[in-house]
Design a binder for this molecule. Structure first.
Ligand code: CA
Ligand code: CA
Ligand code: CA
Ligand code: CA
Ligand code: CA
Length: 538
């Protein structure tokens, strides 16, 4: 967050570029403190993009106008009497133009561009030599679009191919160039004013650097099935859970979060059973036959990021999910969660904040609803997400994304101050540490972790001394037409016999890049027998 009373060099109407003239240092008004992005406008006005609003401020920081909007990627250009702003509307996945009239003190919603066919990484405005305005939309994989905004309606001018991994859009109007940094190569400028073959020139070449890490040769297993893609592009699918059908395990379900839309359930062939549009749910976990006040119930809990709450879902005997309650938390940026069903009965939930704080609540059934009773707080030094409780051993595993996997007592009365570092980030576990899950087999229990940085999965003994049992990747199943898996966030595993290829259980993983063909993200299903064979597990 920005501190108040900062003094910065501010560029009026354009993003700061090396060598560009900027306004003299300006003291920023304190009312910009909550702005995630801001632009300086004419006559000392400010345009501030906050988490849930776009605000127009006077030079003294007073609010003149405000639009309720959850958006990012703000850019603006001055117009006679005001300004034109571009934001990306996160709720509708569209680039949105805002007309700003400074004389009337008004923000007006203008044209929307169609939802891009790629996940938007960045966008910005460009004003050409004819004073026509353009929007540049940059997506993952180096796809980009240039839209002409001037005229009766925005029109697609052309498509561009950029290097992959471009995270920022920086345009120099005076030179008609787009500036792109390409990791390992250098800085490029792309000409924006021509409509012929796109041209580019290398401005600063980087000295060739060796690949940071040698890719380890690991065993590869193939997925048996995949779920239907989620209905949102980009990094949307996140965390799966498994619900076991009480009578017929082949009718068990996979639950999966779409962190841009809600909670989904799928059958074991990957077909969507249910979509509950409950907003930005990130992590989900399930426990069954939970006894609360004499009732026995199957529950799923998910972190709800719009509300910083835990969303509670009841699951009936057929696997139908019902959104039944919210448990408020005092976290500011709720993120990961897992459930703990102590041997003594009842249900507890552990949830974390991106800042490293954890809270642990007991779930009670009171006055016909679910409530949380705070049991303890603890924290790690940096961003955590994945966690899993070993109900049998009374142990909690937590993942600190840049640091490693920790184990501590799941019992809230225990001292959480001294967790044990089970596996640090290093050659065997490449940051981010993401999803964690437990396989309780007949002869052994294993902890599986997503080593997101090298697209692999690490298997450890779930009991001390947490011996390393191996790692694997998930490759292409060419026969079934299913792509491999990369950049996995959440995962879940069961040792129960789900029939077919899953007689020894099943691993479900989120796939960060759904190919064959390109599509929104989904979840892949892997037979445990293939993992056991690859790693020589009993
Ligand atoms: Ca992701
Ligand atoms: Ca994460
Ligand atoms: Ca994939
Ligand atoms: Ca995640
Ligand atoms: Ca696919």
């Amino acid at each position: 967050m920005y501190k108040t009373s900062r003094t910065l060099a501010v560029c009026i109407g354009i993003l700061a570029m090396p060598g560009m003239a900027c306004a003299s240092p300006t003291t920023l008004p304190p009312s910009l403190a909550n702005a995630e992005q801001f632009n300086a406008l004419a006559d000392g006005h400010w345009l501030a993009l906050e988490k849930n609003a776009l605000r127009l401020l006077a030079a003294d920081g007073r609010e003149i106008a405000s639009l309720a909007l959850r958006a990012d990627h703000l850019d603006s250009r001055s117009t006679p009497g005001g300004a034109l702003a571009l934001v990306f509307d996160d709720a509708r996945h569209q680039s949105l133009l805002i007309d700003i009239d400074l004389a009337l003190g008004r923000l007006a919603v203008g044209a929307r561009l169609p939802e891009p066919a790629f996940s938007l990484e960045s966008q910005c405005l460009y004003r050409d030599g004819q004073q026509l305005d353009h929007a540049l939309l940059i997506g993952e994989d180096g796809q980009a679009e240039q839209w002409l905004l001037s005229g009766p309606a925005p029109r697609l001018l052309r498509k561009l191919a950029l290097p992959p991994g471009v995270e920022s859009c920086r345009v120099d109007d005076a030179r008609h160039t787009l500036h792109i940094g390409e990791d390992g190569i250098g800085d490029w400028t792309y000409a924006l004013d021509g409509e012929g073959v796109p041209t580019r020139s290398l401005v600063v070449a980087q000295t060739a650097k060796a690949q940071s890490a040698v890719r380890r040769n690991l065993q590869i297993v193939e997925p048996q099935a995949q779920t239907e893609p989620v209905a949102r592009r980009g990094d949307a699918a996140d965390d799966p859970a498994i619900w076991i059908h009480p009578l017929d395990p082949t009718q068990s379900l996979i639950l999966g979060t779409n962190k841009k839309q809600g909670l989904l359930s799928y059958d074991l062939s990957g077909k969507t059973r249910q979509l509950l549009e409950v907003g930005r749910v990130n992590n989900v976990d399930v426990r069954q036959q939970v006894r609360l006040n004499g009732r026995s119930v199957d529950l799923a809990l998910a972190t709800q990021r719009d509300e910083n709450a835990l969303a509670v879902f009841e699951i009936d005997a057929n696997g139908t999910l019902r959104d039944v309650a919210r448990i408020a938390t005092d976290l500011d940026d709720i993120y990961g969660t897992c459930l703990y069903q102590p041997a003594s009965g009842g249900l507890e939930v552990i949830a974390n904040d991106k800042d490293g704080r954890f809270v642990q609540y007991r779930i009670d059934w009171l006055d016909n609803t679910y409530v949380g009773v705070l049991l303890r707080r603890f924290s790690v030094a940096s961003q955590p997400e994945g966690c899993v409780a070993d109900d049998r051993a009374g142990r909690l595993f937590i993942g600190e994304e840049d640091h490693g996997i920790w184990a501590l007592a799941a019992d809230a009365r225990a001292d959480a101050a001294a967790p044990h570092l089970v596996l640090p980030v290093g050659p065997r576990l490449v940051a981010d540490v993401e999803g964690l899950a437990l396989y309780h087999g007949a002869r052994a229990s294993y902890l599986i972790a997503s080593s997101q940085g090298d697209n692999s999965y690490v298997v450890l003994d779930a009991l001390p001394p947490f011996a390393y049992r191996g790692a694997f990747r998930i490759g292409i199943n060419a026969a079934a037409g299913i792509d491999g898996v990369s950049e996995t966030d959440g995962l879940e595993v069961t040792a129960l016999d789900l029939g077919g290829p899953y007689r020894q259980g099943m691993l479900v993983v989120q796939d960060g890049h759904n190919r064959l063909p390109d599509a929104p993200q989904n979840f892949k299903l892997v037979a445990w027998k293939d993992i056991a064979r690859a790693l020589g597990l009993e």
